[in-house]
Write a protein of this length. Structure first.
Length: 520
């Protein structure tokens, strides 16, 4: 009896040490300290994220201009044939488990560790599946080079699986400064490698090198920044509900990505790499100003909304505020791009990309609709309603893909027009469905949108009128006339009291951000 006592004491000591270590590891997952200054953290997160995305926008704009002149539409189309497929699989790269880690109020170290190993296994499986799909893609499109492109692109899935949970923990803790620094470094390095590859004559491999380099850099920096390391998976971790939630989110994202990729797949199959290159470049150019806002806004609002689930009115106000702010920023951008599509394409990409201008102009018509559709994902994920999100995606997916198929025979402009009109047509029903169970409704949303959208509509009218009257021939003159039209519209909007009130509230938010920067 006495001989076994030291062994027992040592066993208890080891157990106590493991418990202490587990407690230390759980600390990075606690969110109790966030509630004391949730608004301040959200504002500071917005400052860091918007600043980061502004820098990335400049870097990516330079890359767009340079690569468009070093590469051909066929190069872009060739890589788009692979990314149309990998874009679908990307939804499964994290199996929705990053959202599960962010959204769940209480989660422990064993659960996150188990989710990490699930992510790694799924990423490895998707890498092998993409490699196997390479020859199939080469046969489907009649492009043997796609076999090798698919092999290299597949590595991004394994890298993505390794970074899912570190990213999720950083977002759960609202460490937006760390995320901003990471993204700037990764974007800059990725663009630098891509441009260098193109200058050395690498052709379409430059487009493969960009995301691969960026993802590798993000993964490395995420592990450096996060104060968490996984342990081995355990059977008793109780991750069933988390996996169920994440599975619904992953399938929903898969369907959502299928909607976005279906047009490219159909165009590449029916019309070939050249038209697909024009179409994909028009779409990506439109996303260039949208992604620097939509992605960071999502990374800020989903953790914020998740922490306010118990207060329905506060939840609704935060959503409307986020939509109002993003619309004030993006409405004039999309309006200007609609009017100045042809000179923008010629200036940014070069005259050899003129065939992308009509598609670019058509896509801008539904850009705000796409932004609102994206916002419904914030609502479903932050409220833990992954099953309802999945049902929504199962309903709208056939409608949107069918619209692309209808427009296919009319060329890339037909695909863009059919898809844009269909999206705008189903959007009211989608929003109404997403608002169920909240204090949101279409009337409150319309009230949040009318002020930021109205000046943009007037700006379109004045800019088009100016171009019709002046008829400038030079690209810079056309852009100047369009800019003056929008400037006049927004100056006139200051005469409307409701507009002034909203702009003053935005100024108050700006003052709060500036005060934070001075304090920091």
């Amino acid at each position: 009896m006495t001989a076994s006592t030291p062994h027992l004491e040592r066993s208890q000591l080891v157990t106590s040490g493991c418990d202490a270590l587990a407690t230390q590891r759980i600390d990075p997952l606690s969110t109790e300290h966030l509630h004391a200054d949730l608004k301040g953290r959200s504002v500071r997160g917005g400052v860091f994220t918007v600043s980061s995305q502004g820098i990335q926008f400049v870097v990516q704009s330079v890359a767009t201009v340079v690569l468009a002149r070093l590469l051909t539409p066929a190069d872009f189309g060739l890589v788009a044939m692979v990314t149309a497929l990998t874009g679908l699989a990307q939804a499964f790269a994290d199996v929705g488990l990053s959202e599960a880690t962010i959204q769940r109020q209480d989660i422990n170290h064993d659960q996150v560790s188990t989710l990490f190993w699930i992510n790694v296994a799924v990423g490895f499986g998707l890498m092998l599946a993409t490699i196997a799909a390479g020859p199939v893609l080469a046969w489907f499109y009649g492009q043997p080079r796609l076999t090798y492109v698919a092999c290299l692109v597949s590595v991004t899935f394994l890298v993505g699986g390794l970074r899912v949970q570190p990213d999720a923990i950083l977002k759960r803790q609202m460490k937006f400064r760390a995320l901003a620094i990471r993204d700037i470094v990764a974007s800059t390095l990725g663009v630098g490698v891509a441009v260098t590859t193109a200058l050395l004559g690498g052709g379409y491999w430059a487009l493969v090198a960009l995301p691969l380099t960026s993802n590798l850099t993000q993964m490395t920096l995420s592990w450096v920044m996060v104060n968490w390391r996984p342990c081995l998976p355990r059977r008793g971790a109780k991750v069933g509900s988390l996996v169920a939630f994440g599975g619904n989110v992953a399938v929903s994202y898969f369907i959502y990505n299928a909607n976005r990729s279906a047009d490219g797949v159909l165009i590449g199959w029916y019309w070939g790499s050249g038209p697909l290159g024009l179409y994909s470049k028009a779409f990506n150019l439109l996303m260039l100003p949208l992604r620097p806002l939509s992605s960071p806004v999502a990374s800020v609002v989903i953790p914020t909304f998740s922490r306010t689930q118990a207060d329905p009115e506060r939840f609704a106000r935060y959503y409307l505020r986020a939509i109002n702010l993003t619309t004030w920023v993006m409405a004039p951008v999309f309006g200007f791009l609609f009017v100045a599509a042809h000179p923008v394409i010629a200036l940014v990409l070069g005259r050899q990309w003129g065939g992308a201008a009509p598609v670019f102009q058509i896509l801008t018509m539904a850009a705000l609709g796409q932004l609102l559709l994206d916002s419904t994902l914030w609502l479903f994920v932050s409220r833990g309603e992954s099953a309802r999100l999945l049902r929504l995606m199962l309903v709208i997916s056939p409608v949107l893909i069918g619209s692309f198929a209808i427009g296919l025979r009319f060329g890339i402009k037909g695909v863009a027009l059919s898809g844009s009109v269909t999206l705008l047509g189903i959007l009211p029903w989608v929003l109404k469905y997403a608002f169920q169970g909240t204090l949101l409704n279409l009337r409150r949303l319309a009230a949040a949108l009318v002020c930021p959208i109205s000046p943009a509509v007037v700006g379109i009218f004045l800019a088009e009128l100016g171009l019709w009257v002046v008829t400038p021939q030079r690209i810079l003159a056309q852009l100047l006339v369009a800019v003056l039209g929008f400037a006049a519209a927004y100056l006139l909007s200051l005469l409307v009291p409701a507009v002034r009130k909203q702009l003053l509230s935005l100024r108050a938010l700006s003052d709060e951000m500036r005060l934070f920067r001075q304090t920091a």
